[in-house]
Design a protein around this ligand. Structure first.
Ligand SMILES: C[S@@+](CC[C@H](N)C(=O)[O-])C[C@H]1O[C@@H](n2cnc3c(N)ncnc32)[C@H](O)[C@@H]1O
Length: 264
């Protein structure tokens, strides 16, 4: 993170917190809109066929890439997350690995996708590795699902559950750049997640700030969130569409292939 006051030890604990709750993650986290994935792919200079899903988790984004008929390799450091991915997508190549040391050959993919995870990477070595595995003209695509903060009751809810690390990263990195890549472009896509009060709280409980919280603190925040939702007409009557926005950043690897010319 760019904020020097950010607690690095906590950051590392949050980055590795998901695997112990991989089944809940698989059940309760949202997928990504197909239009967002396609916009990312369209950033490549040529037709993208072979793609890497980096930090693939339980396969939420991997599934969307497979559905587009792409040849997908999933890379993920956590064995628990990877086991869920292989259960969902048994025919997809799934490798253990980290963004800072990607287990793929040089110039072997047309696109590198990163769902809800760029904020966990050590950016300098990660972008060097992403650059290495991409073919010239290939594209790096980072996506995040966020609460839709144009909706008043969602703003209040999101204040109660305070799960903002990815949004914080997004806001701090409006000027994101990486050596050897053309400038990043970004675009937002409307999205929703079909939820009930119970399943929305189950989703929130898979966010890293809840996974690393003391049980008493976590339970108190979830109780406050439930009380708030019970008073919200949009959420009170069984199933509802929780309003999300999917933000996508994409940047093309320079056709020249080198890393010397752009700012890091
Ligand atoms: C919020 S999950 C996102 C999973 C999946 N991409 C999705 O969209 O649902 C973040 C994932 O990043 C992984 N991760 C954390 N640090 C990483 C790193 N340095 N390199 C690669 N993956 C990492 C975690 O293990 C976790 O599976």
């Amino acid at each position: 993170m760019t904020d020097p006051t950010y607690d690095q030890e906590l950051h590392a604990r949050r980055a590795s917190s998901f695997g112990g709750h991989a089944a809940a993650y698989a059940e309760h986290r949202p997928d990504y809109p197909q239009a967002a994935v396609e916009w990312g792919l369209a950033g490549a200079a040529h037709d993208a066929r072979e793609v890497l899903d980096l930090a693939a988790g339980t396969g939420k984004l991997t599934q969307g890439l497979v559905d587009l008929g792409l040849t997908v390799t999933a890379v993920e450091p956590d064995e628990g997350m990877l086991a869920q991915l292989s259960k969902l997508l048994p025919d997809t190549t799934a490798l253990t690995g980290k963004a800072e040391d990607i287990p793929l050959a040089d110039e072997s993919v047309d696109a590198v996708f990163i769902g809800q995870a760029l904020h966990w990477f050590d950016l300098e070595p990660a972008f060097a590795e992403i650059h290495r595995v991409l073919r010239p003209g290939g594209v790096v695509v980072a996506l995040w699902n966020h609460d839709d903060l144009t909706v008043e009751w969602v703003v209040e809810f999101s204040k109660i559950v305070r799960t903002g690390v990815s949004r914080l990263f997004r806001d701090e990195n409006e000027g994101l750049s990486a050596a050897g890549f053309e400038p990043f472009e970004d675009h937002e896509f409307p999205h929703t997640h079909r939820r009930t009060i119970d399943t929305l709280l189950a989703t929130v409980a898979t966010h890293s700030n809840f996974l690393v919280a003391e049980p008493a603190e976590r339970d108190a925040a979830l109780a406050a969130a439930r009380e708030y939702l019970l008073a919200v007409p949009e959420a009170g009557a069984g199933e509802f569409d929780y309003p999300l926005v999917t933000t996508v950043f994409r940047a093309r690897k320079s056709e020249s292939g080198g890393r010397g010319s752009s700012p890091a």
